[in-house]
Design a protein around this ligand. Structure first.
Ligand code: SAH
Ligand code: SF4
Ligand code: F3S
Length: 477
């Protein structure tokens, strides 16, 4: 540990400092390389982060990037399997690319990510236009796979590794606002939530070398980034040991090390697991002003029987105890968000009510809400019956959306009249005359542009709100 802190002391200390939609490459890069890559990402932040690794590997092997699929020599779809509708989007997209392939038979189409891992060679059988299939741990192999396709054969690598963390690969930032970036700190998942496909598509959990994480955070800061989000399916189980076993780092320690890169670099992280989040992590958040007061702590359900069927390994009261610890240690204004699944196997109306009451009790700032989608091969698909009718799932989903809309609005109304520090990320969606950024709780704040710059911190007095946004004006100190 001592050595790690020394590394940090060498870093400059006084320098200034989003479930599940499609992202196209916004990086048009022309450095005169031979071929062009177009990449499209679906699913979670980890997949987006992986696309940045893929782009780096491809750039080192003769590719520039393009944001226009019709100009590409290679098209990659980095796919998600979490729910059936995520997979349907990809099948639909492939049909669209069929037209491009007809126009340009030289075009290579590759499927990457979780669907590639789940369906493996089925892609080659089902969709003739797919030339290449690469799972989440096979991205170093992409140049070789592309060569195979160039030589006329189909190429597949869906091997899952126990070690791969891509620690030494510098991601090429895609869709970047130049202010916030993701840093992947671990891969895979060792939990066995019965509904979830991730352990099968991403393999065993492994933590990335702490030194490479710190180098990446420091490099981002030097390049002008002011916020990093540390990513993992269950960040609280981050655990890294050096080969000589002299350095051991857990998540609370990692968080502290990243916070010390620079006080002007905001630090966020996702996802926390209720069974693993420790008081140490909460005290570390409290100790550093630049670690954001925001925790994504998915509950999934508010009912103990359903939580057990989901194999989440905590109870409602355990979950509420963690919420109490967050409020006590960090403060009652800490932003908390959740994921909820409605209509899980055999969920009754009363059990659904328990979820609603949990939401009322916690008063989440945000929630990502889904109706249950059975995933082939998962423990729930093997052992439980997906017996809640679709229309009931939908109605329950509407119930929770309604509770959340009300809570988000009332949470935001409580902020009117208060001053929030905001890191400016870009222009507001609605007007070029307004800027947007986030407060520490991760709520979007919109205000008049004035002479303020993207990447700058400003204090904003909140004057009004909607359920998704705080509106205000900058206060000059
Ligand atoms: N590692 C994170 C979750 C990653 S998946 C965690 O443990 O919280 C993101 C969210 O998708 C999950 O939290 C869950 O709410 C949802 N999800 C996962 N599998 C699902 C399924 N089969 N049907 C519906 N929603 C699902
Ligand atoms: Fe899936 Fe559970 Fe792992 Fe999250 S913790 S990725 S829900 S198995
Ligand atoms: Fe989807 Fe894979 Fe992420 S299934 S949610 S892209 S880990």
């Amino acid at each position: 540990m001592t050595r790690l802190f020394k590394d940090i002391d060498l870093l400059p200390s006084k320098e200034e400092k989003e479930a599940c939609e499609l992202a196209k490459v916004s990086l048009d890069q022309d450095t005169g390389k031979q071929r062009k890559l177009y990449i499209e990402s679906y699913g979670c932040q980890m997949n987006y982060s992986d696309s940045e690794i893929v782009t780096s590997v491809m750039q080192d092997n003769g590719f520039d990037t393009t944001s226009k699929p019709d100009l590409a020599d290679v098209i990659f779809l980095n796919t998600c399997s979490i729910r059936d509708n995520a997979e349907q989007k990809v099948w639909k997209r492939l049909k669209e690319f069929q037209i491009l392939k007809r126009k340009n038979p030289e075009l290579t189409v590759g499927i990457l990510g979780c669907m590639a891992e789940r369906l493996k060679t089925k892609f080659l059988e089902k969709e003739k236009i797919v030339d290449l299939v690469a799972g989440p741990d096979a991205y170093r192999d992409l140049p070789k796979l592309i060569n195979q396709v160039d030589e006329g054969s189909k190429a597949v690598n869906v091997f899952l590794s126990r070690e791969e963390t891509y620690a030494d690969i510098t991601p090429v930032r895609l869709n970047s606002n130049g202010v916030s970036a993701f840093i992947s700190i671990m891969r895979g998942c060792d939990n066995m939530c019965s509904f979830c496909v991730v352990p099968y598509t991403r393999g065993r959990e492994r933590s990335r070398d702490v030194h490479s994480i710190l180098v990446e955070a420091n490099d981002l800061f030097q390049k002008g980034f002011r916020e990093v989000t540390l990513l993992g399916q269950n960040v609280d189980s981050y655990k890294w040991q050096s080969e000589d076993q002299k350095e051991n780092v857990n998540f609370a320690q990692l968080l502290e090390l990243v916070a010390r890169v620079n006080p002007m670099l905001r630090v966020r992280f996702s996802t926390s697991h209720p069974k693993d989040i420790t008081d140490d992590v909460l005290y570390t958040i409290k100790k550093y002003d630049n670690i954001c007061n925001y925790i994504h702590l998915p509950a999934q359900s508010g009912n103990d029987r359903i939580l057990e069927l989901m194999n989440r390994t905590y109870t409602r009261s355990w979950y509420l105890d963690r919420i109490e610890a967050i409020n006590r240690i960090i403060g009652a204004d800490c932003g908390i968000s959740t994921d909820i699944i409605t209509g899980f196997c055999s969920e009754t109306e009363e059990e659904h009510q328990d979820t609603l009451s949990l939401m009322e009790q916690v008063r989440y700032h945000f929630a990502y809400m889904f109706s249950y989608s059975e995933r082939p091969g998962t423990p729930a698909a093997k052992k439980l019956i997906d017996d809640v009718p679709e229309e009931i799932k939908k109605r329950r989903l509407n119930d929770i959306i309604e509770v959340q809309a009300r809570t988000s609005l009332s949470r935001n109304q409580e902020e009117i009249g208060k001053v929030h520090q905001v890191l400016i990320e870009g222009y507001s969606k609605k007007s070029q005359q307004q800027l947007m950024g986030r407060n520490t709780q991760n709520t979007v704040v919109v205000f008049d542009k004035g002479n303020y710059q993207i990447g700058q911190y400003v204090d904003v007095m909140i004057e009004n709100c909607t359920r998704g946004t705080l509106l205000g004006k900058v206060i000059e100190n």
